[in-house]
Design a protein around this ligand. Sequence first.
Ligand code: ZN
Length: 497
Amino acid sequence: MSEFKIHNSLTRQKEVFTPLYPGHVGMYVCGPTVSGESHLGHARPYITFDVLFRYLQHLGYKVRYVRNITDAGHFEEEGRAAEDKIAKGALLEKLEPMELVQKYTNLYHWAMLQFNCKEPSIEPTATGHITEQIEMIQKIISQGYAYEANGSVYFDVKKYAENFKYGILSGRVLEDMLETTRELENQDEKREKVDFALWKNAPAEHLMRWPSPWGYGFPGWHIECSAMSSKYLGQQFDIHGGGMDLQFPHHECEIAQSEVAHGELMARYWMHNNMITINGRKMGKSYNNVIKLTEMFAGTHPLLEKPYSPMTIRFYVLQTHYRSTLDFSNEALQAAEKGLQRLWDAYAILQQLSYATNGTGLNEELDKQVQQLCSECAEHMNDDMNTAKVMANLFELAPVINSLRHGQIKMHEISEPAFNLLKQTWDTYLIEILGLVPQKAEDSDKLGDVLQLLIDIRKEAKGRKDYATSDKIRNQLLEIGIQLKDEKDGTVSFSVE
Ligand code: ZN
């Protein structure tokens, strides 16, 4: 069997994954800033790294998966008036900051549950680790790579670049950045525009602030991840993941801080998922295309034609390799919905089939093809987690399963080991690793009952020549993809698209 290779953003190439400690993997993924509701852009990294978590466990590793909650310190502007996103949100919604944090943490957890994302091993909060962050900042100052200004502390990027490889992850060149930012320079308390805050001074009216050696203030976003990852995974650990948008400045800053404080590179493998676009456009407030997950599930955003289930979204996300861009559109999601249904139909058949032969004649070619398509799934996962190719193989196997049921392919045409491998592959990849959850039988039973009720009402309406009502029921069901067919004997059958 091949070895598990991952694309390391640090070296920009695929590398065989070898953990620091045999049998164990430490992995850190940047969690959400809980100042608002999660949107579609959040779905991709968490689904992607959930599959990584699952796959590493499948490979037999004991994985410690740390995913933080940013409940303080995330601010966009680094000028004097830097405002913490949580504090800003709390003011807007007239809530206590921790009330806001609780609200959106709960919503985030709920969304993760809908996506069937496993819970991380540890979910540390930034506010719960202020002491660790202060200690780390002190270390950086004592090494001479940070300076204090008016009660705030900044990382000295220029000095860092003299002794370390600044831009190692993002490929940014400091000289170019200094060049482009020089003109924007104002009376900033920072020595250089590229310097970033480790600690921000906060006056008394500030909603969230903590005492520190530099006075009251709050930590910078980047230092949170450096402090929490090293606390739970060690100064050096295996995998650090996140969305590509975090590569710079967030991850580059994490690397710089950790390297100065600990004297070694923090993570050995960096993994980044690519971005999501909506109808070919970057997601952004100005395009009014930031779709919240609750809007997605309920179909309430103006760009959506209908609701899309969490499993449809999970399936759609995994149908594309995580390093490729992914475009969301109604068309693509509706195709995904149908695709997923095809897989479930085949999976349901597979559950009912068992190997029993009442004939002879092995179809060697078919037998070989089935075994190959199954064993290739491991190869695809090992090739930088190519979930798209795993899906493609399952789609190639689906017609074989359908034919086994309908008798176009007789069971004796494939061998018992091939059949067992087929069953095992669907359970392992579709359910365990890709983490898709079949629609509950209960739900479809209930749907059947509701449908029968509608059929009865329509029959009654027809009986009293109320064709307006009977047509309405038929047409509206057709709109949602359920076709009623009146049989000659008076019964009504239906088919679901
Ligand atoms: Zn982070």
